[in-house]
Design a protein around this ligand. Structure first.
Ligand code: SF4
Length: 238
C-alpha cells in the first residue's frame, strides 16, 4: 500500500543555540519515513537516533495541546498534524516568527501569553448565581462557538505581519479569546474587553491579511471574529 511505503526525506532544520551560536544556521538530516508519518515523527526520530541536542516542543501529539507549532515549508503548522505525504521529499522546519528563539524550534511565548491575559479571557459576572446553571439558548451559544476551539498554539499571531512589525499588537489569538467571552450571553465584561481592543494596539492594527485564518489548525474563522469585534466597538454594543 502507498501509505506504508518508506522513503528517505531530507529534513532541513533551522538551528540556534544562544550559548554557542551568534546567528541561526540550517542543519540537514536524512530520515526514513512512511507516507503516513507526521512531521513530529520525523523530529522525534532525529532527536532519538541522530541528534539529541535538537530542541523542539511537543506534548499531546494529537493536535490538542498546541505545543508543536512551527514553520513547515514556510507555513505555520502543527508538527503533529502535517503528514509526510502532503510535503515533498525536502522539508524545511523553522521556528515561529515574531518571538525570540530560545533554542532551535522553541520560541519564548511569554509575550504571546501576556497579550492573551490582557483581554481578560475568563467569565466576568458578579451577579448572584441562579439556583441552577446560567442557561443559554443554542443560538446564544452559537455566537461564540467557533472561538471556543482555540488551543493557544500561537500559529495565528506569529503569522501576522502587523505583529511582526510591532509585538505590542495584541494579535489574533488574543482577539479570538476576547471574542469567546464578549459574545457569551452569560458574561458581563464585554464593555471592558471592547475598550481594551479599541486601544492603540488592539483590533485596529489588524490589516486583514488573512494569514491568521490560514494558519489556524482548528479552522477558526479568525478574521471574521476580529471583524465582529470591530463592529461591536463601532456599534458600542454586543
Ligand atoms: S486561534 Fe487558532 S491559530 Fe490562533 S492560537 Fe488559537 S488555535 Fe492557534
Amino acid at each position: 500500500m502507498e501509505q506504508t511505503k518508506k522513503k528517505t526525506v531530507t529534513v532541513q532544520i533551522e538551528r540556534f543555540n544562544p550559548d554557542v551560536d551568534s546567528a541561526p544556521h540550517d542543519e540537514t538530516y536524512e530520515v526514513e519515513a512512511e507516507q503516513s508519518d507526521r512531521v513530529l515523527d520525523l523530529l522525534n526520530r532525529i532527536k532519538w537516533y541522530q541528534d539529541g541536542t535538537l530542541t523542539f516542543r511537543r506534548s499531546c501529539g494529537q493536535g490538542i495541546c498546541g505545543s508543536d507549532a512551527m514553520r513547515i515549508n514556510g507555513r505555520n503548522r502543527l508538527a503533529c498534524k502535517v503528514l509526510v505525504k502532503d510535503l515533498g521529499n525536502h522539508i524545511r522546519l523553522q521556528p515561529l516568527m515574531g518571538l525570540t528563539v530560545v533554542k532551535d524550534l522553541v520560541v519564548d511565548l511569554t509575550p504571546f501569553f501576556a497579550h492573551y491575559a490582557e483581554v481578560l479571557p475568563y467569565l466576568i459576572n458578579d451577579e448572584r448565581p441562579p439556583a441552577t446553571e446560567r442557561l443559554q439558548s443554542p443560538a446564544e451559544r452559537e455566537r461564540y462557538d467557533d472561538t471556543t476551539k482555540c488551543i493557544l498554539c500561537a500559529a495565528c499571531t506569529t503569522a501576522c505581519p502587523p505583529f511582526w512589525a510591532n509585538g505590542k499588537f495584541v494579535g489574533p489569538a488574543a482577539i479570538v479569546n476576547a471574542h469567546r467571552f464578549i459574545f457569551d450571553s452569560r458574561d458581563r465584561g464585554a464593555a471592558q474587553r471592547l475598550a481594551i481592543l479599541n486601544e492603540r494596539w488592539g483590533v485596529w492594527r489588524c490589516r486583514v491579511v488573512l494569514n491568521c485564518t490560514d494558519a489556524c489548525p482548528r479552522g477558526i474563522q479568525i478574521t471574521d471574529a476580529i471583524e465582529q469585534c470591530k463592529r461591536a466597538i463601532l456599534a458600542e454594543n454586543v
